[in-house]
Design a binder for this molecule. Structure first.
Ligand code: AMP
Ligand code: MG
Length: 417
């Protein structure tokens, strides 16, 4: 059985060779949040397009202003007005934030730093000013035609702002990968049902749909499948067109854990079946042979793959974050894959388990005081079926497999959600 690190490396290697060849969609900018750029974002002009004042104040020649002599006000420019000037020697020019600096000026004195009397201004001693202060030169951020964001950049608020600043009312994005979600188990009933004794509601389906959507995929929730070979075969056939198939339940070693053989019947080749981790030990990662349509179209992902996630909700969530999210990122055409880890300071001692990397629901206080690491504390849980513990956590504490105990005050890794 692979260690967590080995399994993560297999997924990363597989994700790295998935190349998205094919379709590009053009979407309005207000629908681009969470999508992935399929064409590079280019600067339509110099940024800024003119030397811009970053302050309300007076444009000047820095050397003259620093001598503290009185400078006659020669004019004024507001934001939105065209560049004015030139600025003659011995003069200053009233200017507002965002306005173009007049030719000849090389600095802007802040309003608060000058004495203004009778149409003349003077930089108050002992303050001096250097050339370039409070001015962003034309093209300092980018030159017209520069690539500002590469293909594969994920679009969030900052990327949207950049696209808007360059006049992109629409952007080219990759299609969202279609992720089939199949919950299995004789005991699993839909959320609308009142479970009879022995039954439980399907919480993994909605949870995985939310995780998939947050990771940029398009969730496709299939009906619950029973623990029976024919039911699984039918469900897997239905899911064949998905870019990624997520199955929960039925991957452990029990008598009715029939998912792995069902995947094998569809020709799956397994990269791993089980990982030395807790929760999530039975997790399965497989790859399907290309279908006839895949071979004909030469579009979409190079292969279709599947993850069998253990049915316990915390196991499903952890294995999704560690293994499914990177695959989904790669299938979306994103440049950056991989789960997100961070460092934190442990509040209390936590025991490890020999031979297993543990990922325990934990609560991290991110509003740390300056200079200190965020503090993380375990959330009490009753094992990997404890959805409440997970719902009260905001990260997972990582215990490497060789760890006997982590002590209060230790710097530890957390898996971000
Ligand atoms: P399994 O992986 O099939 O052995 O299931 C492990 C545990 O997870 C069992 O207690 C199942 O009842 C539970 N479980 C399986 N599937 C789901 C699901 N879709 N939603 C909530 N719990 C589940
Ligand atoms: Mg089961």
């Amino acid at each position: 059985m692979l260690s967590y690190d080995e399994a993560a490396a297999r997924v990363a290697a597989y994700a790295a060779q998935l190349h998205y060849c094919g379709i590009v969609q053009r979407v309005p900018l207000d629908q681009a949040q969470g999508r992935v750029l399929a064409s590079p974002l280019l600067a339509d002009s110099d940024q800024p397009p003119f030397a811009r004042s970053t302050r309300d104040g007076y444009a000047c020649r820095a050397a003259e202003a620093s001598s503290h002599k009185q400078l006659a006000l020669a004019g004024a420019t507001r934001a939105g007005q065209p560049p004015a000037g030139p600025l003659l020697p011995g003069t200053a020019w009233e200017i507002m934030t965002g306005a173009p600096v007049p030719a000849g000026a090389d600095a802007v004195m802040m309003l608060e730093h000058v004495e203004a009397v009778n149409g003349r201004v003077r930089l108050l001693p002992p303050r001096t000013i250097a050339a370039g202060e409070n001015i962003v030169a034309q093209g300092a951020q980018a030159r017209a035609g520069d690539e500002l964001l590469p293909v594969g950049a994920a679009i969030g608020f900052a990327q949207l702002a950049l696209a808007a600043s360059c006049g992109y009312a629409q952007v080219d994005v990759f299609p969202r990968p279609r992720v089939a979600i199949l919950s299995t188990g004789d005991e699993i009933v839909p959320v609308e049902s009142i479970p009879t004794t022995g039954q439980i509601r399907n919480s993994n389906g909605p949870m995985l749909a939310a995780l998939v959507a947050a990771a940029g995929g398009e969730p496709w929730v299939l009906p619950i499948a029973a623990d029976a070979a024919d039911a699984l075969d039918a469900a897997l056939a239905q899911a064949a067109e998905a870019d990624l198939l997520l199955i929960t339940g039925g991957v452990s070693a029990g008598k009715f854990d029939l998912v792995e053989p069902a995947l094998a019947r569809r020709g799956a080749r397994f990269h791993f079946t089980g990982v030395r981790m807790q929760p999530g030990k039975p997790v399965v990662f497989g790859e399907f042979p290309p279908s006839a349509t895949d071979l004909n179209q030469n579009q979409g992902p190079a292969q279709r793959c599947c993850l069998g996630l253990p049915g316990n909700p915390v196991s499903s969530a952890v294995t999704f974050l560690l293994f499914a999210a990177p695959l989904l990122a790669a299938l979306s055409g994103r440049l950056d894959h991989g789960p997100r880890f961070a460092l934190a300071r442990l509040a209390d001692d936590v025991k490890g388990k020999a031979g297993l990397t543990r990922f325990l629901p934990a609560s991290c206080t991110f509003a740390a005081t300056t200079g200190a690491l965020p503090e993380v504390v375990r959330v009490a849980w009753q094992g990997s079926g404890d959805i409440g513990a997970m719902a009260r956590s905001n990260c997972f504490l990582v215990l490497p497999e060789e760890t006997e105990v982590l002590h209060a005050g230790d710097t530890v890794r957390i898996l971000l959600v």
